[in-house]
Design a protein around this ligand. Structure first.
Ligand SMILES: [Mg+2]
Length: 226
């Protein structure tokens, strides 16, 4: 963890990273995507789910599959699928405290929309900490784990990847970050699609509790100052 002392830029994924996957927020988004496909392509929900799964694997996001094959309107899709109930999300005071203590730039890097990200981080009470939300529109609809989007982010913020850490629940999304010289932290979870490749060398650290992990980094920083 000592290596993280030099970090100048903290890049966070949003869904199932800044809040726990146990909250089932993303499950709602997932269901809305099935519903969107079902209505748009006039197929039943079972067929829609199958299409959704195939697009996710082939194009990295359902949205990209829909754009490429059905020329849908991206804004309409993003608006529809992120219209979910997040009222039950609670303030995360430990995460808030530890983000405050972290030195350096903080950026959210997500395959979802800025609006969804803002809704979530306001609800958790951590919105004041972030310098930017780099969303799927900023990526010009080239989603993670395509290295093109990571390079766009780095270029926009004029940051040295070697001074960055990237934190994500989908293990394979950490690979391009590592290849560019970033440190990587995987958020441990039980989703088969997110766990895939989680034993790879491109993962530097693992944690099942992000606020606690950041707390340890901050404590180490204080200890080193003496
Ligand atoms: Mg995620």
């Amino acid at each position: 963890m000592k290596k993280l002392q030099a970090i100048k830029c903290w890049i966070f994924d949003l869904d199932n990273t800044l809040y726990s996957g146990k909250t089932r927020v993303f499950e709602q988004v997932d269901k809305k995507m099935s519903k969107y496909i079902s209505e748009k392509l006039n197929v039943n929900i079972v067929e829609a789910k199958e299409i959704q799964k195939n697009y996710f694997y082939e194009y990295n996001t359902t949205l990209n599959g829909m754009i490429n094959n059905h020329k849908i309107d991206a804004d309409e899709f993003l608006e529809f699928v992120h219209d979910v109930d997040i009222d039950f999300l609670k303030k995360d005071s430990l995460l808030n405290e530890e983000l405050m203590k972290l030195d350096g730039k903080k950026i959210i890097f997500t395959n979802s929309s800025k609006k969804h990200a803002m809704n979530v981080i306001r609800k958790i009470g951590i919105d004041q900490h972030f310098d930017d939300i780099f969303d799927i529109v900023d990526s010009e609809f080239v989603p993670k784990p395509d290295i093109v989007s990571y390079k766009k982010l780095v270029k926009k913020h004029k940051i040295d990847p070697k001074l960055c850490v990237f934190i994500e629940d989908i293990a394979r999304n950490l690979k391009p970050a590592y290849e560019m010289g970033m440190k990587t932290i995987w958020i441990e979870n039980d989703e088969p699609w997110a766990r895939k490749f989680s034993d790879s060398d491109f993962i530097n650290y693992k944690t099942n509790n992000l606020p606690e992990f950041l707390k340890q980094i901050n404590l180490l920083k204080v200890a080193n100052e003496f």
